[in-house]
Ligand binder design. Structure first.
Ligand code: ADP
Length: 371
């Protein structure tokens, strides 16, 4: 580490020299400036560790220097010297970020002590900043790291199970086979959870939602209705447009993640439905957005649970079968994706009657308005 660089800004040459003389005895590198403007210039160019500045100078005053120096280095150690030490000016200088105040005349010892203390505070603050940055980086990466490392061995186990179940490794009796089938189901659920978790981490880092483009929501929903009909049949539920399919006006969105949102909402509407229940999809155009509603005639959500429904890991325990068990992250992910589109997602529900999830998405800007 090089010795700390100290910049002295004072219009009086004798004062600059006196400070320099005092400080040169310690291990400092010294620079000096004769006015506020050239002082700021030197702060910008030389990035000193500490600044000793006279409050009263012609032109750019010491206060102005104080106001601006933090733009270059928020942790700079600033010490103010002045001949007219009043409580008011001291308070004002401190408010503007000075570490300490040195009224003239001062002894060499006073100057050395105050500077050493200010530099020590700067060292600690810089250390704390570095630790904070490191912690943030760790937090940002930990989920991604851990989940990737969990995923690989699980995928390998999944493949072994497939090989055993397909009989490729030789015959397996029905009982162990059944156990492996159950183990595979648990493994699938675990992998789904890890994938959801990774999605959340990517959204939090602003990485999941791709480029927003004009998008035909009606055809996206049409395909999902078709694609998800087998699941609906499995649950004995109908899945169709509620009324006419809706306008063809384009939304402004990322196809892949919006498909994820709607398939999640539709699969919830199917899973949490009743036998012979219905899921109706509608799309309409409002003046400034497109509105999709997914309405089900299912078990509904109680008033007390409604505010929690978009929270991570929130699940309502209703003794549901394994088939319905998810990660409790689906709606949290859906909300983050919709919000990354500058859209909104809402829910209304009547227990025993059904729920409606409403998603509002911005319309595509007129052609030529984007590059
Ligand atoms: P999960 O993976 O458990 O489905 P979600 O985040 O998608 O997680 O949903 C959270 C909880 O909200 C679910 O466990 C369920 O209890 C409730 N829920 C979601 N959608 C509906 C719905 N259409 N009808 C009733 N309950 C719902």
């Amino acid at each position: 580490m090089p010795e700390p660089l100290v910049l002295i800004i004072d219009d009086e040459e004798s004062m600059r020299d006196a400070c320099a003389q005092i400080l040169l005895k310690n291990k400092y590198r010294i620079e000096a400036a004769g006015d506020g403007a050239s002082g700021l210039q030197k702060i910008r160019d030389l990035r000193p560790d500490a600044v000793i500045v006279d409050l009263k100078m012609p032109g750019t005053s010491g206060f102005e220097v104080l106001e601006n120096l933090r733009l270059f280095d928020p942790q700079i150690a600033a010490i103010v010297i002045t001949g007219y030490a009043t409580v008011d000016s001291a308070v004002e200088a401190m408010k503007k970020g000075a570490y300490d105040f040195l009224p003239k005349p001062f002894t060499p010892e006073e100057l050395r002590l105050i500077l050493a203390r200010a530099l020590e505070r700067r060292r600690l603050a810089l250390e704390a900043d570095a630790l904070r940055r490191e912690k943030k980086l760790l937090e940002e990466n930990i989920i991604t790291m851990v989940s990737h490392q969990l995923r690989s061995p699980l995928v390998a186990i999944q493949q072994y199970f497939e090989v055993i179940l397909a009989g490729i490794a030789g015959d397996t009796a029905e009982k162990p086979k059944e156990m492996i089938r159950r183990a595979r189901e648990r493994l699938d659920a675990l992998l789904n959870l890890i994938n959801d978790w990774l999605d959340l981490a990517r959204i939090d880092k602003g990485k999941l939602v791709g480029k927003l483009e004009p998008l035909n929501l009606r055809s996206l929903l049409e395909k999902l209705i078709e694609f998800m009909n087998p699941l609906a049949k499995e649950f004995g539920v109908s899945l169709e447009w509620a009324g006419a399919p809706g306008p063809t006006a384009e939304a402004f969105g990322d196809k892949e993640t919006l498909e994820q949102v709607f398939s999640n909402l539709i699969s919830n509407a199917i899973k949490y439905n009743k036998p012979q229940g219905r899921v109706g999809i509608s799309l309409r155009e409002d003046p400034d957005c497109l509105v999709v509603e997914i309405q089900d005639t299912g078990i509904g959500i109680s008033q007390e649970h409604l505010p929690l429904i978009f929270d991570q890991f929130f699940q309502i325990s209703r003794g549901e079968s394994k088939k319905m068990k998810g990660s409790g992250l689906g709606l949290a992910i859906a909300k983050k994706i919709v919000e990354a589109h500058n859209g909104q997602i809402e829910v209304s529900s009547t227990p025993g009657t059904g729920s409606t999830f409403t998603v509002r998405l911005p319309k595509a800007p007129p052609a030529g308005a984007t590059d």
